[in-house]
Design a protein around this ligand. Structure first.
Ligand SMILES: Cc1cc2nc3c(=O)[nH]c(=O)nc-3n(C[C@H](O)[C@H](O)[C@H](O)COP(=O)(O)OP(=O)(O)OC[C@H]3O[C@@H](n4cnc5c(N)ncnc54)[C@H](O)[C@@H]3O)c2cc1C
Length: 401
């Protein structure tokens, strides 16, 4: 009998789960709280075994075509003077080989899903109740329905996670907030990832894209780990308050916020759930094991985890056996990927002119020719996967082989 699955969240992990489930004959509905697909965000990296999965999904060339052409990372001061430069072809580089705008990747995966997938926007789950061999789902807007399986793929601040694992989770707050949004590109902008550290505890990134706009990110220290729901206008107000008088392009970014219609903003938490499932409901992606952007592993974990979850469900009639296998195969890697370098993220922020000076000095030193040579000595150029991807004998794998 065809199993009916509801997936909450249409970003990276939701559509990846939908792709593999639908290719294996499941009846899939994806529910997204926003009124349309959210296409914002900066460049994200696809690393490790996630590269093999996007290849299995037939997306490798399309991803390569959408490369942003970012030349590398530059630390700049308040006058835009370059303090340290890490071009893509250097030993120490922050721009990865396989990188794509988050929104482009989300759209590619959604478009690759079979037509059978039902996409619903502008609604969210309000209650989950197991009834025999089904889950009864209540929605904020639509009529209640029953499904065989419910997947929470709704991100770091997943409300569905609470309904599934309750208190069996911790959210380790990193002491800072991040934001991502898109602003107009000016003539003075360039094709570098420009990183500006202000002395008032904020960091501003401006990065190029392939669409003639600029991807902005404003990051700041804050004691508030649990804000109330923020409207778009609330988010703009918070960001403008932070940007005011912070130097470099801050005033321009504050001004450009007026025309922005989608902002990802919130405190950064590492999500650590003691279990990833309960009954017929299960977590994937940031909802289950958000590592935060400070690891560069969020999208990689979302792709690998969702691939394993969907293929284990396809391989087992018993959902419990599938959830157990998913967790057994992937938990170690997900937990290791959450490891932060000592001092991250605190070291990156400056709350004095002196610390700002030290950060820029450090960037200059790290980017210097002697340091690059030293790193080259220790770096074997090893690009092997750390995670060994399980092989699945299912229809999707056979068709794309
Ligand atoms: C708009 C946006 C921009 C981003 N930009 C960046 C970036 O520039 N750099 C970076 O490192 N990471 C960024 N991220 C986070 C990044 O996408 C994830 O860390 C990673 O790819 C894992 O993806 P995910 O699908 O598990 O979670 P997410 O990408 O966070 O997606 C969760 C999805 O669920 C939706 N959602 C939330 N609550 C509900 C609900 N209750 N019901 C239904 N749907 C819900 C959200 O709108 C979103 O579409 C961004 C996320 C979003 C949503």
């Amino acid at each position: 009998m065809t199993k009916k699955v509801l997936i909450s969240g249409a970003s990276i992990s939701g559509p990846t789960t939908a792709y593999w489930l639908a290719r294996n004959g499941f009846d899939v509905t994806v529910l997204e709280r926003a009124s349309e697909l959210r296409l914002g965000g900066q460049n994200i990296d696809i690393t490790d075994a996630a590269r093999d999965i996007v290849e299995l999904m037939g997306l490798r060339d399309a991803i390569a075509d959408r490369h942003t052409g970012e030349k590398g990372l530059r630390f700049v001061d308040e006058d835009g003077e370059v303090q340290g430069s890490f071009p893509v072809d250097q030993e120490v580089t922050w721009t990865r080989e396989v990188e794509i705008l988050r929104g482009d990747l989300a759209k590619l995966i959604v478009d690759a899903c079979p037509d059978s997938v039902d996409w619903r926007f502008g609604d969210h789950i309000t209650a989950l109740e197991e009834e025999g061999d089904k889950v009864r789902v209540e929605f904020a807007e639509g009529e209640a329905e029953t499904f065989d399986i419910v997947v929470a793929a709704d991100g770091m601040n997943s409300g569905t996670r609470d309904l599934i694992v309750g208190d069996d989770q911790t959210e380790d707050y990193l002491g800072c907030w991040a934001s991502y949004f898109t602003i107009p590109r000016y003539e003075r902008d360039n094709d570098w990832w420009n990183w500006y550290t202000s002395s008032n505890g904020i960091i501003v990134f401006l990065r190029p894209d392939n669409q003639g706009t600029i991807r902005a990110s404003v990051n700041f220290l804050s004691d508030d780990s649990n804000p109330d729901h923020m409207s778009l206008e609330d988010k703009k107000r918070i960001l403008k308050d932070k940007l005011r008088g912070s130097g470099w392009e801050s005033d321009r970014v504050a001004h450009d916020l007026d025309g922005v219609d989608d902002i990802f903003l919130g405190p950064l938490h590492q999500v650590k759930a003691d279990r990833w499932s309960s009954g017929r409901c299960v977590l994937t992606g940031d909802a289950a094991y958000c590592p935060t952007p400070y690891t560069g592993m969020g999208t990689t974990l979302a792709i690998i985890g969702s691939y394993i979850l969907a293929n284990e469900l396809a391989a087992h009639d018993d959902h419990k056996a599938a959830f157990d296998k998913y967790e057994r195969k992937f938990r170690d890697f997900a937990e290791k990927s959450q490891k932060l370098w000592p001092g991250v993220p605190d070291l990156a922020y400056a709350e004095s002119e002196w610390k700002k000076y030290l950060i820029n000095l450090g960037a200059g030193l790290a980017a210097s020719a002697p340091m690059q040579k030293l790193v080259a000595l220790f770096d074997g150029g090893d690009d092997e996967n750390d995670f060994e991807l399980p092989k699945y004998e299912n229809r999707a794998a056979r068709e794309t082989a």
